[in-house]
Design a protein around this ligand. Structure first.
Ligand SMILES: Cc1ncc(COP(=O)(O)O)c(C=O)c1O
Length: 357
């Protein structure tokens, strides 16, 4: 009954490494494991949701016209260069569905976001892994590894390392003619993006989301930006009502509230600086990050990542143990930047761990 490609996926043990806080709803818990915004959506989004609720009995706009226009205005691109998805997760899947032939090779640098591999396998593609040397981006290595691949996924900034391939490196990779899919889920925190560049390129697609800086993770809105030649097939293949009515209305309101976005991004960036400094003082080796999270080697604390995560979880603080991430190893954790109070509580808990109390 199970087709070969799904059988292979099951045998490869590929599954999304779920965070433990999805099962444990502890009152007062601090969740720094899922890279959500600790500030949630803007008040104008909540008002838009209340207004839209009375139309819940009607199907959403299948073309998402208002949403595409709002995205176009936000990025400075034409609405015809935008495809929308039920989170960028769905776009990762759609990209694989549309652009990979059976057994087509897909280059996936490691460690990275698990959905690239899962969607590649689920759609009959073959993942080709390339380990980032010292978790750093190297265009030469990528180009070599990309030989024979039809598509390359690049997180920019990358989850969980927090860093990104340089613009020059990306241009070199584009020169190879492969379809390069740049996932910019964390672009608002990084301050760099190639979304506008994508519009004029034949082989560049950019994926974005409203789950992170805009605080809409629970509503599931993502989008792809690129040349209409690449966007149109995605729009054709996606289900007509993939992004629901409430999500569309919320996303339009969120994109229009740029003041709120700027405030959130500024707070997260200052939290990131604080966390990096404090974690480094505690002896952790923290990678520089352009995103709303930090990847850190916890071995200087004399513990493995699972041990440290268990200690923190007992204190209702959840951070991501990266030992379940392909290519990360057992000494790394990923910590989402929270509110200043959450960040201080984490630092306090780590100090206790270090003192052995
Ligand atoms: C790199 C990256 N891309 C995409 C996503 C998924 O975002 P969405 O909520 O839009 O599906 C995540 C979520 O953690 C991510 O880290």
């Amino acid at each position: 009954m199970i087709p070969k490609r799904v059988g292979e996926m099951l045998r490869a043990g590929a599954s999304y490494p779920l965070a433990r806080e999805y099962d444990i709803r502890v009152p007062g818990a601090i969740n720094l494991a899922s890279n959500e915004s600790p500030y949630g959506p803007s008040p104008t989004v909540l008002r838009a949701l209340r207004r839209e609720l009375k139309f819940a009995g009607l199907y959403p706009d299948p073309r998402a016209t208002r949403l595409k226009l709002a995205i176009g205005a936000y990025l400075g691109v034409d609405a015809s260069c935008v495809a929308i998805g039920n989170g960028s997760d769905e776009l990762v899947d759609l990209v694989c569905k549309v652009f990979i032939n059976p057994l087509g090779r897909v280059l996936i640098p490691l460690p990275t976001f698990a959905m690239y591999e899962l969607s590649c396998r689920a759609n009959g593609g073959r993942p080709v892994f390339y380990s980032l040397p010292n978790f750093e981006w190297c265009a030469e290595g990528l180009k070599r590894a990309a030989k024979g691949a039809v598509l390359v996924f690049i997180g920019r900034p990358n989850n969980p390392t927090g860093n990104g391939l340089s613009l020059q490196g990306l241009r070199e990779l584009l020169g190879s003619g492969k379809l390069v899919v740049v996932d910019e889920a964390y672009a608002e925190f990084a301050g760099y993006s190639v979304a506008k560049l994508a519009v004029g390129r034949k082989n560049l697609l950019v994926l974005r989301t409203l789950s992170k800086a805009f605080g809409l993770a629970g509503l599931r809105v993502g989008y792809a930006v690129g040349n209409p030649n690449l966007i149109e097939p995605i729009e054709r293949v996606r289900a007509p009502f993939n992004v629901n009515r409430l999500a569309q209305a919320a996303a339009v309101a969120a994109l229009r509230d740029q003041r709120y976005l700027r405030k959130v991004v500024a707070m997260i960036k200052s939290g990131r600086t604080y966390m990096r400094r404090e974690l480094t003082k505690l002896g952790l080796k923290v990678l520089p990050s352009d995103a709303n999270f930090l990847m850190a080697d916890v071995s200087p604390l004399g513990a493995s990542a699972p041990e440290l995560c268990d200690f923190l979880a007992e204190r209702k603080i959840f951070v991501r143990d990266l030992s379940g991430f392909r290519g990360a190893g057992s000494k790394y954790v990923r910590i989402t930047v929270g509110t200043p109070r959450q960040n201080r509580q984490l630092v306090l808990a780590l100090k206790k761990f270090k003192r052995g109390v």
